[in-house]
Design a protein around this ligand. Structure first.
Ligand code: SF4
Length: 324
């Protein structure tokens, strides 16, 4: 154990640390809704309720739901016959509800409505006879889910501007593009610009499909990073929007670290640091932000300021089965 952890300085000897806390941060409407779906399903159907994949990418949230009786699995075959199952906020390929129906499983879909919107756009573009170029990160569950909305071979994934240059299509091929909801706003703008330059007739959403929560959190981190010596982002390594926040802070020229819990903070990180920027990805609850503030207060006298760049009022309806 680190010596600093064992003996924090006496209160009167703690130098001031300015904390710039980004707003908005943390939970988005899609995450709120997904967690509420699992909680209401537990109340209504009793434990256990199965959840396919981490409902949102946060261990604290997952463990809290496990304690209430949720069982997390990766695939549907792990769900016993007759048990209710919830699909995670990231969305699932069409084959998953189809298999649930074949097995007559009772399922609830916690896919974020903003991800479902991209799924519907994919279907519409396919009906118009367009091949879809999807901008996203290979292997992320949202990407697997969106690519699984259309038949194999009708959607091509690109991750970078170089991938756009390597696409095999002629410039007059009927194409459409869609994007993952949790990408870097700046990187995606570059990729979309490259697509539009190479394929002038490509169709797409206005701008991209990056959701309001992802883009608001990136804007908020840009407000705090330039004035910070270090930015801490609370989030999981498999949380796309959290990892993007670290990148955005770094692009402002500021050191940034992704942390899952306050206990990840090492006292030596604070050496020579006068201002810390703090934010949280869309799947990280506010309680973890307060935990980090308390942890930092063990070493420093905290002067806390919230830097607000937007106010969010988005709320999504629950699925019909749970709405009353
Ligand atoms: S980050 Fe965006 S797309 Fe993902 S759950 Fe939240 S609101 Fe929905």
């Amino acid at each position: 154990m680190n010596a600093g952890l064992q003996s924090p300085p006496a209160v009167e000897n703690r130098p001031v640390l300015t904390l710039l806390i980004a707003a908005p941060r943390g939970f988005c409407a899609g995450v709120d809704r997904a967690i509420e779906i699992v909680e209401r399903a537990l109340e209504r159907y009793g434990a256990p309720v199965y959840v396919r994949h981490e409902i949102v990418h946060n261990r604290f949230v997952v463990e809290g739901l496990e304690a209430k009786g949720a069982i997390f699995v990766e695939e549907l075959y792990e769900v016993p016959d007759g048990a209710p199952v919830v699909f995670s906020a990231h969305g699932v390929p069409k084959s998953v509800p189809a298999e649930a129906e074949r097995r007559e499983l009772y399922y609830l879909d916690a896919t974020c409505p903003l991800v479902s919107k991209v799924h519907r756009q994919a279907e519409r573009q396919l009906e118009k006879g367009r091949h879809i170029v999807f901008v996203g990160h290979a292997g992320h569950p949202e990407v697997v889910g969106t690519m699984g909305q259309v038949p194999d071979g009708t959607m091509t994934l690109v991750e970078t501007v170089d991938d756009v240059a390597a696409l095999p299509f002629e410039s007059d091929t009927p194409l459409a593009f869609l994007t993952q909801t949790t990408l870097s706003v700046d990187d995606t703008a570059d990729i979309v610009a490259a697509l539009q330059a190479r394929y002038p007739d490509i169709e797409g959403p206005k701008g991209e499909d990056i959701c309001y929560a992802t883009s608001n959190r990136q804007t908020a981190v840009k407000q705090i990073a330039p004035a910070s010596d270090l930015v801490l982002v609370i989030g999981a390594p498999n949380s796309s929007n959290s990892v993007r926040l670290v990148e955005v802070a770094e692009r402002c020229g500021t050191n940034a670290r992704l942390i899952q819990r306050a206990s990840d903070i090492q006292p030596e990180w604070l050496e020579g640091i006068g201002t810390i920027g703090l934010t949280a990805g869309a799947s990280a609850p506010e309680v973890l932000v307060r935990e980090v503030v308390d942890r930092l207060a063990e070493f420093r006298t905290i002067e806390e300021r919230t830097i607000e760049s937007a106010v969010e009022k988005m709320v999504f309806k629950l699925p019909r089965q749970l709405a009353d």
